[in-house]
Design a protein around this ligand. Structure first.
Ligand code: NDP
Length: 292
């Protein structure tokens, strides 16, 4: 293996420590603890795990969390009413509606109901719209894409003029990552399920972000020597040797790609810890903005 391993756990810890220190300073100055409301609708087990780990991370840095668990039978109107109440609550600086919502909900309407100033997930259409416009800055950048950029800038310092390839064009990862890369002056190619000659396109990349949700799709011979590879994918692969009967793997065939890449994120322990760290950072930012 030749690639440097980009340790998201260590980098995420550093960010959390910075957030905790700033919150401590705020509290010492007589300001309230920042508050994050998490809204979980239904019983999706993965979403329950994500929300619990976000609440735990909040507690560790001094962010107060307010958890709302609603049944999947909740109406659209009741969900929007809850969000409106949270918008009006001064103890709540950030509102996170865990996605995906169960079938039947109008996700865009729910996200539009969140106050732009409390949109710590960065998915409000105004924040996303500003991300796509030159010279306009969103108040909040979505957490996983922000984490991807943090790791890339940590590794490469400047992305200017680099060939970037993003695999995936979802609203929550691929597309915002691509928009952020354009803002950082990279030359960006976005690939998706209808793209042709993926291997040829990926081979041009100085930096590659894989966010497709297909276990180990990117092989060693797809990657240009010296490429920096950020693997966002989290996939379960059956593995009888593991106590749970599966292991987690990314969208990149790690061992092969690590032979050619200059640097690579592992799964788990790469982008995942940054997602939570960025949520904490955004919540602190929301609390600071509320006092301006
Ligand atoms: P989505 O399923 O919403 O999007 C997947 C994207 O990949 C789509 O744009 C799709 O194309 C594209 N795609 C699917 N198959 C292929 C293929 N064979 N070739 C090229 N492109 C393909 O997933 P998300 O963006 O939500 O998540 C992506 C991965 O990242 C998942 O594994 C998820 O678990 C993980 N994730 C990790 C997070 C973290 O914190 N580390 C946070 C969020 C997600 P099309 O648009 O044409 O359908």
């Amino acid at each position: 293996m030749t690639a440097k391993v980009i340790d998201g756990k260590v980098i995420g810890e550093q960010i959390r420590a910075e957030v905790a220190a700033e919150i401590e300073e705020r509290v010492r100055a007589g300001k309230p603890h920042p508050g994050l409301a998490t809204v979980l609708v239904g019983e999706n087990p993965a979403s329950q795990v994500y929300v619990r780990s976000k609440q735990k991370a909040c507690a560790e840095v001094g962010i107060e969390s307010f958890g709302y668990n609603l049944p999947a039978t909740t109406s659209q109107a009741d969900l929007e009413k809850l969000v409106a109440d949270l918008n009006a609550d001064p103890k709540v600086n950030g509102i996170l509606v865990q996605l995906p919502l169960p079938p039947g909900f109008d996700e865009e309407r729910v996200l539009s109901t969140i106050s732009v100033e409390k949109d710590v997930d960065g998915f409000h259409p105004i924040n996303i719209g500003r991300l796509a416009q030159k010279g306009r800055d969103p108040l909040f950048i979505p957490c996983t894409p922000a984490g991807v950029m943090y790791l890339l800038e940590h590794e490469l310092h400047s992305l200017e003029g680099l060939e970037a390839v993003v695999l995936g064009r979802s609203n929550i990862v691929g597309m915002p990552v691509a928009l952020l890369l354009v803002r950082a002056n990279a030359t960006v190619t976005i690939c998706h399920s209808r793209s042709k000659d993926l291997k040829e396109i990926v081979r041009r990349a100085d930096l590659l972000v894989a966010a497709v949700g297909k276990a180990e799709m990117v092989k060693g011979d797809w990657v240009k020597p010296g490429c920096v590879v950020i693997d966002v994918g989290i996939n379960r692969v059956e593995d009888a040797s593991k106590p749970r009967g599966y292991r987690l793997t990314g969208d990149v065939a790690y061992d092969e790609v690590a032979e050619v890449a200059r640097a690579i994120t592992p799964v788990p322990g790469g982008v995942g810890p940054l997602t939570i760290a960025m949520l904490l950072k955004n919540t602190l930012r929301a609390a600071n903005l509320a006092e301006k």
